[in-house]
Ligand binder design. Sequence first.
Ligand SMILES: [Zn+2]
Length: 612
Amino acid sequence: MKNILLILITIAAFASCESVESSYNTFPEGEKDHTFSNYDMATTKHLDWNAEIDFDKQKIQGTAKWTFINNGTDELILDINKLEIQSVTVSGQEVKFEIKNKNSVEGDALIIPITENDSIATITYNTNGGVAMQWLNAEQTAGKKMPYLFTQCESIYARTLVPCQDAPANRITYNATVKVPQGMMAVMSAKNPQKKNAEGVYTFEMELPIPTYLIALAAGDIEYKAIDGRSGVYTEPSMLNKCAKELEDIPSMIAAAEKLGGPYPWGNYDVLVCPPSFPIGGMENPRLTFATPTIIAGDKSLVALIAHELAHSWSGNLVTNSNWNDLWLNEGFTSYFEKRIMEEITDKAYTEMLWEIAYQDLQADLKNFKGDKWDDTRLKVDLKNREPEDAFSAIPYDKGALFLRTLEEAVGRPVFDKWLTDYFAAHKFIPMNTGMAIKHMEENLDLKAAGIDLNEWIFQPGLPEKTAYKTSERFAKVDEGRKKFVEEGMNAEGLNARAWSTHEWLHFLRNLPKPLDLKLMKQLDMSYMLTGIGNSEIADEWYLLSIASKYEKAYPAMEKFLKSVGRKKFLEPLYKELVKTEEGKKLAKRILEEAAPNYHPLATKKMRTIVN
Ligand SMILES: [Zn+2]
């Protein structure tokens, strides 16, 4: 009886493992950009990672033991960038490795000789200032007691953390043992601890295959608070209760997402709220979204970002772009999915505001693509000999989402929803490209009857004439108020804006005349205390207007904002607005030099190109 059970368990485990294995092993042809690795010839499958974090030296001493399948080659090629390789063994024997192809963006190729019988290679190394890691001293954290480390590996930075085949088409499982100083907790995109341990040694397991850009690690004075049985929040102790309260709707978000995506595939869903220098809004690291603290507004008004990262559990993490040219498959699907989750947990009128804000972002960004760059307004982009970072704009996100919304309206929601659920199920753990997505649409939807031209949407620049764009009713009311305030002499109090959501504020502020009369600026500020406001989305928009209107009363608060927040989305427009005048440029340069230690290296690099 016992034995039979054991055999049955073994067969079941083997069968489920096999179905995952066979599907994630097929690579789309001819799209191996931004990697030196030969993942199609010698395919890494599993990583055993040992890492010791040294906060004093800001280095990680690591051992990466890779299990790979040799498909008939005499070398295993891994991507590395800013790693000091100390030794390499293959099947336990030290081998002579080679490092080739130096390139400042993509790094180097680590070439390891292998024979047909080999399946294990172990690399001992340390990290040396790669961009995946941001090291914060204690002063830069909320608690100011311990230093902090977090990683951000999308798009091609996992290779600065661990030698790997750093291409999204290649999926791996991993185990890790991470040693941190006593009193700290380490967390990863894996099964995570919920309590600190005395030794500071933590073990992790990610048993589902993920692309390497989803390897993630953070360490610091981190604690956990559960929201329900499968979700919770990790953050610094002083922020824990506030964050857990703000994010208490995560269980309803998961339930809403499952209606469209199918069962949540990753086990737990937790959120790590990072220190303010986190450079982006959120990163969809599986099981553990990394998020900026700027979404903790106190009134849940910015939690759509969590809906976005949660949606990536399907679009992106389960069905992954095989290549950064296909980024819209990750981000467009997710931006659409995010709004469907928000529609479930709020209502249509609320979600319509999110759609319109996204549309305004898209229209604004389209103006940034001039001349040759106009081609980058296609959903499927060509990044040959370019950085993957070039793909990140409103195009894959908001044009991608608008395309799916247009498709939804054309075929009808029930048909569309069934198609989308099938799309996720059919392509899970498979490297996905635009051609495969088109094929799935053509085979399962009557595009002709729906009047959808895929070529126009996906391969042509700009926006098609017919889209599902609508105006928001709640914004129409804001427009009426703005008109009375700007043109008809109504006092700012008459706007009745205290009950406005963040989105109504954004819509109001964005569409005011620039520069705005200083008298009106003052009135707004007096009535609604906008200078120094804690809501970072509103603050960002207010400071933009303040710079454009030369409302200098807001400048000290703006400077403080620029020095305390590291999210590129906020920094970039402010620096761009500042450099429009000579005086502003001087100010921007000074602020940037003083703020740079708080920014992520990628954010600093980007802001320097703006101010210089
Ligand atoms: Zn995203």
